[in-house]
Design a protein around this ligand. Structure first.
Ligand code: PRT
Ligand code: ZN
Length: 210
């Protein structure tokens, strides 16, 4: 049978938990060092180590058969993939936050304001749903400092503990989407026996954690 490929984050918040989950599934492989592909010695599988932003498209395009990535990234890229299993780690929520000193009180007050984010697609969808027009300022990181620099009136960014908002004088205003790491696959691969076997192993690891 054809060797499968699973794409996981190379380094970052999801890497360690993704590697741990696969090891707990009984898969034996070397963790990413310099090689971007690690063969699994006891299952017909290769691990691809990628930037998380690339994972949904790799799976959609069939370069990888499976992937582990945050729901936020799947939504932002708009990739058409099958959600196979929620994984219970990497939990966070994409929120709009405003400075403590802001005069913004209701959702409608966001109209005409500048909002900095690394998630312009999801934010635009949220604004459209609320029939709002705002100036979306797309930046790739350190979004939380932009209101203090006078670049924006609000931000839309991921929050887990809330510590980063707090230390930048911001407060949560409204939730845009909740997210966690999920196992994704390609649509139409439902009959692949190796994929089914892997999903079953993942599910039994998750059940054992309950
Ligand atoms: O290099 P690569 O592109 O692969 O990684 P990355 O830098 O884009 O992503 P990374 O490793 O930061 O996050 C990977 C995934 O982890 C995200 O896509 C989310 O699905 C998930 N995740 C969970 C988070 C957080 N929690 C989180 N708190 N991703 C980012 N953050 C950031 C947030 O952007 C903010 O700057 O942490 C800060 C806030 O954290 P708190 O705890 O202060 O609220
Ligand atoms: Zn990324």
């Amino acid at each position: 049978m054809k060797t499968l490929k699973i794409a996981i984050q190379k380094s970052g918040r999801l890497n360690e938990k993704s590697v741990e989950l696969l090891k707990n599934c009984g898969l034996s492989f070397d963790n990413y060092k310099s090689s971007l592909i690690s063969p699994v010695s006891n299952f017909p599988l290769e691990i691809l180590f990628l930037r998380d932003d690339d994972i949904p498209e790799y799976v959609q395009d069939g370069i990888a058969d499976l992937g582990i990535v945050g729901e936020n990234v799947i939504s932002e890229t708009g990739a058409d993939v099958a959600y196979l299993q929620r994984l219970g780690f990497g939990k966070c929520s994409l929120k709009i936050a405003i400075p403590h000193t802001s005069t913004i009180r209701s959702i409608g007050d966001l109209n005409g304001k500048a909002i900095a984010t690394s998630y312009p697609v999801i934010l635009k969808r949220f604004l459209d749903e609320h029939k709002l027009k705002a100036d979306i300022r797309t930046i790739s990181g350190s979004v939380e400092i932009s209101p203090g620099l006078g670049m924006s009136d609000a931000i839309c960014d991921l929050v887990s503990t809330g510590g980063t908002l707090k230390s930048n004088g911001l407060q949560s205003f409204t939730d845009v989407m909740a997210s966690e790491a999920v196992l994704i696959g390609r649509k139409g691969d439902e009959d692949n026996l190796l994929i089914s076997e892997l999903i079953q192993r993942v599910q039994s690891v998750l059940r054992a954690r309950e």
